[in-house]
Design a protein around this ligand. Structure first.
Ligand code: F6R
Length: 267
């Protein structure tokens, strides 16, 4: 299948002008969770039919717990919101315990009132991943641009967002990607059987993330410090895909001290 990664009508050229992201640096990872959850909750309270892009991984676990508690206390509802996940491993059998679908089921979908028709994640079990990427991109185009994307950042100097590894272009869209050796080494630790970890994944592209009205990047711990320094203080380019967020006019980085200790300029 021919993948069209060109800019779409409505994509703003503004996006390709560098901006200084807002930097929020807090002492502890728990405060990152708190502020991130607060942002998501405030946005959905302000716009019930919010279109949200969400990450998986270790970083947002605390954020999801806080959001689930807020829902349990009746403080927020996701019944009219629409959610897209950034990425999913491919191939994995449907409902694999280490799939991102199961992660989202356990941490978010079953703990809030989000309607199953309103959450989307690429399917890990399909035979034709290129076609799945095309379908996911079509859904993103139909309901997007999203109001808010929350993203994590990959391990070490991968600087990946979603599974956009080094080499991902600013105009990349949903597609099948090969995971880097560093990502595989890090993420296989979280698989109950490390040998099950796929070497490929479906991810939305950099252009999908840049098209959102607001982006929040979360980074916790010293393991993210080198990547954060490269992302914020190096050049903008495909060798550090998270650096493309500096093209976004409304990006906020919420980070703890550990993740920012290598930054030379402290806000
Ligand atoms: C996951 C995702 C990845 C992670 C990143 C950080 O959906 O898109 O980019 O956000 O690999 O993972 P953790 O949070 O486990 O350090």
């Amino acid at each position: 299948m021919n993948r069209d990664t060109s800019l779409r009508k409505g994509d703003s050229l503004e996006l390709y002008t560098p901006h200084q992201p807002e930097l929020i640096i807090v002492p502890t990872p728990e405060q990152v969770d708190q502020i991130a959850a607060q942002h998501v909750i405030e946005q959905v309270l302000g716009k019930q039919d919010l279109v949200l892009i969400l990450p998986t991984g270790n970083t947002p676990i605390g954020m999801y717990d806080i959001i689930a508690n807020a829902y349990a206390q009746g403080a927020v509802s996701f019944s009219k919101a629409r959610i897209f996940n950034l990425d999913e491993y491919w191939p994995l059998p449907w409902g694999h315990p280490d799939s991102y679908f199961r992660y989202m089921q356990e941490r978010f979908y079953t703990r809030t009132d989000i309607d199953s028709e309103r959450y989307h994640i690429p399917h890990s079990h399909v035979n034709d991943p290129e076609f799945e990427a095309y379908l996911y991109e079509t859904l993103l185009q139909k309901y997007g641009p999203a109001d808010l994307a929350v993203v994590g950042i990959g391990p070490g100097l991968t600087c990946h967002i979603g599974f956009n590894e080094k080499g991902s272009a600013a105009d990349s869209r949903t597609r099948l990607v090969e995971l880097s050796e560093e990502t595989i080494a890090e993420n296989k630790k979280h698989f109950s059987r490390p040998e099950d970890m796929p070497r490929t994944a479906l991810t939305m592209g950099i252009a999908n993330i840049l098209a959102t009205k607001r982006v929040i990047l979360l980074a916790k711990g010293e393991g993210k410090a080198a990547g954060i320094q490269r992302t914020l203080e190096g050049g903008i380019g495909a060798d550090a895909p998270a650096s493309f967020l500096r093209f976004h006019p409304n990006a906020t980085f919420i980070m703890d001290r550990g993740a920012t200790h290598l930054l030379s300029i402290k806000p």
